[in-house]
Write a protein that binds this ligand. Structure first.
Ligand code: AHG
Ligand code: MN
Ligand code: MN
Length: 334
């Protein structure tokens, strides 16, 4: 079988299925190219001088790592000149980034978490990039924050790169999920699986257990029942994994199933949760739903949420459909 590169895949999506236009194709190609640059920078590690703190904080008060800043710059620079975007927004920038006037503007909005899993950079554990594509609302010439405040169900594409033992790219254009693996010799992403499907039932969960005492009552009850295993009300054993890079945890779920949870807890209740709706929850929810899974806050479908601010945070439960429904059941009963 002939190898299908990301470029060929996108051209065929455009030509044969009419699913994307030339601008969206260019956008995805440019993002993928930026991810390759980020992968190269990460791969150099200590030798590239890219590890450690940048000595600054982002709008959310988190200490920025050098790679957070570098990845953000790579994505901005790559996406400014192509004419496919109206504006960009990033976890690492207070405000939306306009397309400089010297470049033409397009009709898409690009939103990203340039480097996900920052706490894993310095310990050589998988990190990634998450992105989401929206259409710029009609008649909006210079998009401000408002233009980005669209429910996740409006996304036209979403994806993530994982920089792990292999670098790969997961992509949805709204018709299933495809995975591309980076061929480092050729420098191109090659299609390695299509139509991914998350089994409806889970036997593995991902949650940061150290926060247990701060969770809400329904989450306490739900996880206690998982931990009770075959002897408990669920009547079966569950395994646990927590990489602490959402990209890696979600990728595992896309590959072998399970459920991923970052619940709200007493310490982060005021900020709404830990994970960001626009940069993390929405794109991952879109991907997971496109693979037959589900995504909720516990009480609402994530893709239905109307964002109220750019850096809004939400509780996240996503993955195996039946397991996500189970969590929602615990919340309803509470
Ligand atoms: P980021 O590095 O973009 O700030 O995101 C980190 C997120 C997510 O990737 C991960 O699931 C979670 O934070 C890990 O949180 P804990 O360190 O609390 O486990
Ligand atoms: Mn992140
Ligand atoms: Mn990040």
């Amino acid at each position: 079988m002939a190898r299908v590169s990301l470029s060929r895949y996108l051209i065929e999506q455009q030509r044969e299925h009419g699913r994307i236009d030339a601008d969206l194709r260019l956008l995805i190609e440019v993002v993928a190219r930026a991810c390759k640059r980020i992968a190269i920078a990460i791969g150099k590690g200590e030798l590239g001088g890219v590890l450690g703190s940048a000595g600054s904080e982002n709008v959310q008060g988190e200490v920025q790592k050098k790679l957070d800043v570098l990845s953000n710059e790579i994505l901005l620079e790559a996406n400014e000149w192509g004419g496919h975007l109206a504006a960009m927004a990033s976890e690492e920038m207070d405000h939306p980034h306009p397309i400089p006037n010297r470049f033409p503007k397009g009709e898409y909005l690009l939103v990203f978490d340039p480097l996900d899993g920052s706490s894993n950079i310095d310990v050589n554990v998988s990190v990634g990039t998450i992105f989401s594509v929206l259409r710029c609302p009609e008649g909006t010439v210079d998009p401000t924050e408002e233009a980005f405040l669209q429910p996740g169900s409006k996304q036209v594409a979403a994806g993530y790169a994982v920089y792990g033992p292999t670098t790969l790219l997961a992509l949805t254009l709204g018709d299933g999920v495809a995975i591309f693996t980076l061929d480092r010799e050729q420098g191109s992403f090659v299609l390695t699986s299509e139509n991914l499907s998350i089994p409806a039932d889970a036997s593995e969960f991902a949650i940061n257990m150290s926060n247990q005492r701060h969770w809400e009552a329904p989450m306490q009850r739900y996880v206690a029942d998982l931990l009770a295993g075959a002897e408990g009300p669920r009547g079966k054993n569950f395994n646990m994994r927590w990489v602490a890079s959402m990209v890696a945890d979600v990728h595992r779920i896309l590959t072998r199933g399970g459920v991923f949870i970052y619940p709200i807890d007493a310490r982060i209740a005021k900020q709404g949760g830990k994970l960001r709706l626009l940069y993390e929850a929405n794109p991952m929810a879109f991907i997971v739903e496109q693979a037959g899974g589900a995504a909720t806050t516990g009480t609402e479908r994530i893709l239905d949420l109307q964002p109220t601010s750019l850096h809004q945070r939400v509780p996240v439960v996503l993955g195996a459909k039946n397991e996500v429904a189970k969590v929602a059941e615990y919340y309803r009963e509470a």
